[in-house]
Design a protein around this ligand. Structure first.
Ligand SMILES: C[S@@+](CC[C@H](N)C(=O)[O-])C[C@H]1O[C@@H](n2cnc3c(N)ncnc32)[C@H](O)[C@@H]1O
Length: 280
């Protein structure tokens, strides 16, 4: 298996798929059904015909442009192993910035039993990460896509979080009653005018409903902002992922609804990635 892994890493690197060694490890794990530790300790075992065939198919799909998460039907997010299908956005490393900022805020509050709302929950990645890290929190996730709601529910069950969470299918917070201490959202924020510039791997594999937000990419923030004062508890905060050039425009939208000052958190590449609004 070690040999297959080396050959795969080299084929991926030749095709410009980086980080090739890490991708090869994930694909080999998926094809063999073994975890990282088993692969290390059983590296000199032969791969076998069936597994080799599966690995070959995985490699071909990857080289043709399918992201690893789509090939395996699973993606890692904040240390959790989540199911991913064509109906949901493959959770991104950038979104961990939102989770970190929300956790910093929540931990500093020393809340007992905070209530969390995740708008546009998709795979449930953000909600799963927050509930996993805050053992006495409860959470609600909302998505317009019924299929995405099913995946979010499956992921919450998979992470042992089903009892502390509910998923609703709906248009943002339109039909929601109740209030929350922490509101998080990674809404679609790509401008339709940027559609043609989008990386092929994203455009071909992530659902359109998860990507685009009107001509300037700000439509979803405009739709969510008016409901924030009804939903957010005093002492709470709302955090939104943004496109890296959108901080000032998104701040303006929420400030017009009485929120601010806007705090901005940067991703690991040093780009603006999250805006946060506290409610005194
Ligand atoms: C960028 S994806 C984020 C998914 C997930 N929260 C994450 O961070 O990986 C945006 C999500 O918003 C959902 N969405 C789009 N329009 C919506 C609406 N009007 N109401 C609720 N959810 C919506 C999409 O279906 C998609 O799952």
């Amino acid at each position: 298996m070690a040999q297959a892994r080396k050959q795969l890493a080299s084929a991926l690197a030749d095709a410009g798929k980086e980080p090739a060694a890490l991708e090869a490890r994930h694909l080999l794990e998926g094809a063999s059904g073994l975890n990282a530790l088993e692969l290390l300790t059983r590296g000199d075992e032969p791969l076998g015909f069936e597994r080799a065939e599966r690995l070959q198919r995985f490699m071909e799909r990857r080289i043709a442009g399918a992201p690893v998460g789509r090939i395996l039907g699973r993606s890692g997010f904040y240390g959790l192993d989540l199911l991913v299908t064509a109906d949901v956005l493959d959770p991104r490393a950038d979104t961990e910035t939102l989770v970190n900022a929300a956790l910093d805020f929540a931990r500093a509050r020393k809340w007992t039993g905070p209530e969390i709302l995740d708008l546009g929950t998709g795979s449930g990645a953000i909600l799963c990460a927050l509930l996993d890290a805050l053992p006495d929190a409860t959470g609600v996730g909302v998505d317009l896509s019924l299929s995405a709601c099913g995946i979010a529910q499956a992921n919450l069950r998979r992470c042992g979080l089903a009892k502390r969470s509910s998923i609703f299918c709906g248009n943002w917070a339109e039909a929601l009653v109740g209030t929350f201490d922490l509101i998080v959202s990674n809404p679609p924020y790509i401008a339709l005018t940027e559609k043609s510039e989008l990386a092929q791997e994203v455009a071909d594999h992530d659902p359109e409903l998860a990507l685009y937000a009107g001509s300037d990419g700000l439509d979803c923030y405009r739709r969510i902002a008016p409901s924030l004062s009804r939903l957010l508890n005093p002492g709470g905060a709302a955090l939104f992922e943004i496109g890296w050039r959108q901080a000032a425009d998104v701040a303006k939208i929420f400030e017009a609804d009485g929120f601010g000052p806007t705090e901005v958190a940067r991703d690991s590449g040093g780009r603006d990635r999250v805006v946060m609004f506290r409610r005194p």
